[in-house]
Design a protein around this ligand. Structure first.
Ligand code: NA7
Length: 533
């Protein structure tokens, strides 16, 4: 028998930006609702990822809630791309301002959730011995919250310190005087390496695949820019929602082809976008993300920049990617490539000679042992499905989500999966999620889910589930849209390709505005594609 038993309308798993807004909306509707959160406080991604240099790759004036104009007006961001502590402070402010904390059970993990047809409800078990029965189970577990630590042999033999960027100690780490290894060169590595290099006596980076990174051109947020946006926030937000990734409306997004420009004009355009910084580099021409030749021209430009910045030609070559630019998520950095000019920083290519094992004092690759005081795993996440699957969710007829998704995730609209009634996923696979401004994405989902639950109650219906054929069609739509881009051409976490044994399926839906339009139509036509009981 569980220590504590509660009967509620809804359980929301995760108290990041998605879970917090969902709790707020359902609470306002008068539903009884409980949040369950693994961490000791709110913030989700921004609670866990406290590594040095961690910041969002979407600008703060855009990566923020829009549901409350008072909140929009009162909060002051200090940098163009705010750092993790400031985003976490914002999450805490939201939790306090909207009185969310009391409804959240912290330091608690969902260990199981089983659908009971009798009573049309979910039975949820937690690591604290709670058992909750709830009509609705809403998974706001985040897209990048299950850390991926490669299963290197000898991991338990290594006697130094190990850290994963996505589970960084809150008190921080002082690497002063240490020999440090960073494994990985994704966004987390690219953000943290310049700062770790400033502290460590010696830093060695183990790179399997070089990555494209554009300078973030971060800096203090100009108060005049912030004031101008705040005066017209509703308009800025509306224009952002019409953008493919729900941000960047105020920066020119060109439609012309890189192939039509003269070499000089192309170089000038790329240079202007490099100087602007970040993701918007992809908007320099209309076909960078769609056409291999255009993409190759953009990639050449970035490789040229790397060769200019990095003084040692061998290191520069190792750092030059030869993959499709933007296929793996483009990184935004502050001084990443220049860090390799420091005498205390070394780059080891493990593309042909993988890390074989960890030893008592370090690690071995290509038959050579390297010794370290600390090893940082910047090795990413079991993205989009990892956090959902670890909750041991069992739907109708005893089918587990793990079994159902054994060949890859299948959803209708990225919101529900057939056979799992009243289970909603926020920014689930099959929704724009990581390919759009996440806060805009979670607000959109929370509002859709809240209206659907309100509608069910009005109609006196106990159950909503995805229809099988609607789900099949949606899976095809997601694949078709990805197939029209260059995304399937590399081993990215969007495809699950970074986790050994994970099915290779492109998970996010490409194109936020079309997605929003589809959900609007679904809703206006009586929730087509859903079945009710
Ligand atoms: P990423 O982008 O998945 O990067 C993980 C890095 O770790 C990447 O360079 C991987 O190389 C490397 N990796 C993973 N496993 C290994 C092994 N076994 N050996 C060597 N190297 C390995 O994760 P991040 O945390 O940096 O960023 C995730 C997202 O968070 C990012 O896109 C932003 O949206 C924020 P690979 O490329 O797979 O060869």
């Amino acid at each position: 028998m569980a220590d504590k038993f509660e009967q509620l309308d809804a359980v929301v798993v995760g108290a990041g930006f998605g879970g917090m807004y969902m709790l707020h909306l359902l609470g306002r509707m008068g539903l009884s609702v409980r949040g369950i959160e693994r961490g000791s406080d709110v913030g989700g991604t921004w609670f866990w990822n406290r590594y040095p240099g961690c910041r969002c790759d979407v600008e703060s004036m855009e990566y923020s809630y829009q549901f409350s104009s008072e909140l929009e007006q009162e909060w002051e961001w200090t940098e163009r791309y705010s750092a993790q502590p400031e985003i976490l402070a914002y999450a805490n402010h939201v939790a306090d301002r909207f009185g969310l904390r009391d409804s959240i059970r912290f330091n608690t993990e969902v260990t199981g959730a089983t659908w009971r047809s009798e009573g049309s409800a979910w039975r949820v078990q937690t690591s604290q011995g709670d058992e909750i029965e709830a009509r609705f189970l809403i998974m706001a577990t985040g897209c990048l919250s299950a850390a991926n630590v490669p299963d290197f042999p000898g991991r338990d033999q290594y006697q130094g310190n190990t850290y994963h960027t996505g589970a960084w100690p809150p008190e921080g780490i002082d690497f002063t005087g240490q020999r440090v290894a960073v494994i990985g060169t994704g966004s987390s590595a690219i953000q943290s390496i310049p700062l770790i290099a400033q502290q460590a006596a010696d830093l060695t980076v183990f790179q399997r695949t070089p990555n494209y990174s554009i300078p973030a051109q971060n800096g203090p947020l100009d108060p005049q820019v912030a004031a101008r946006i705040k005066q017209n926030y509703a308009d800025v937000r509306a224009r952002n929602r019409a953008q493919p990734a729900a941000f960047g409306a105020d920066y020119p997004r060109n439609t012309d082809s890189a192939l039509d420009a003269t070499p000089q004009a192309r170089k000038e355009r790329f240079e202007a976008y490099w100087q602007h910084g970040g993701f918007m580099f992809l908007a320099a021409f209309g076909d960078i993300a769609m056409n291999m030749e255009a993409n190759a021209l953009a990639a050449d430009f970035v490789r040229g920049k790397i060769r200019e910045i990095v003084k040692d030609p061998d290191t520069a070559e190792l750092l030059c990617p030869d993959t499709v630019l933007g296929c793996k998520r483009l990184c935004a950095d502050t001084g990443y490539f220049a860090t390799y000019n420091r005498p205390n920083v070394h780059l080891v290519d493990v593309s042909e000679h993988p890390i074989e094992r960890l030893t008592k004092e370090g690690l071995v690759t290509n038959g050579q042992e390297y010794q370290f005081d600390s090893i940082v795993f910047a090795t990413g996440f079991d993205a989009m499905t990892g956090a959902l699957l670890r909750c041991n969710i069992v739907g109708q007829a005893g089918m587990s989500l793990k079994e159902k998704w054994s060949a890859g995730p299948r959803t209708y609209l990225g919101l529900m999966t057939e056979g799992f009634p009243n289970l909603f996923m926020m920014t689930g696979p099959g929704s724009p999620s990581v390919l759009a401004n996440m806060i805009t994405g979670v607000e959109h989902h929370a509002e859709f889910i809240a209206r659907l639950i309100g509608w069910l109650d009005e109609q006196g219906l106990a159950q909503v589930a995805a229809d099988r054929s609607a789900e099949d069609q949606w899976v095809d739509v997601v694949n078709l849209r990805a197939g029209a881009t260059l995304y399937p051409n590399c081993n990215s976490w969007y495809l699950g390709a970074n986790v050994p044994g994970k099915p290779r399926v492109f998970m996010p839906y490409v194109g936020f505005p079309d997605y929003v339009a589809t959900l609007k139509t679904v809703e206006e036509t009586g929730y087509q594609g859903f079945a009710f009981a």
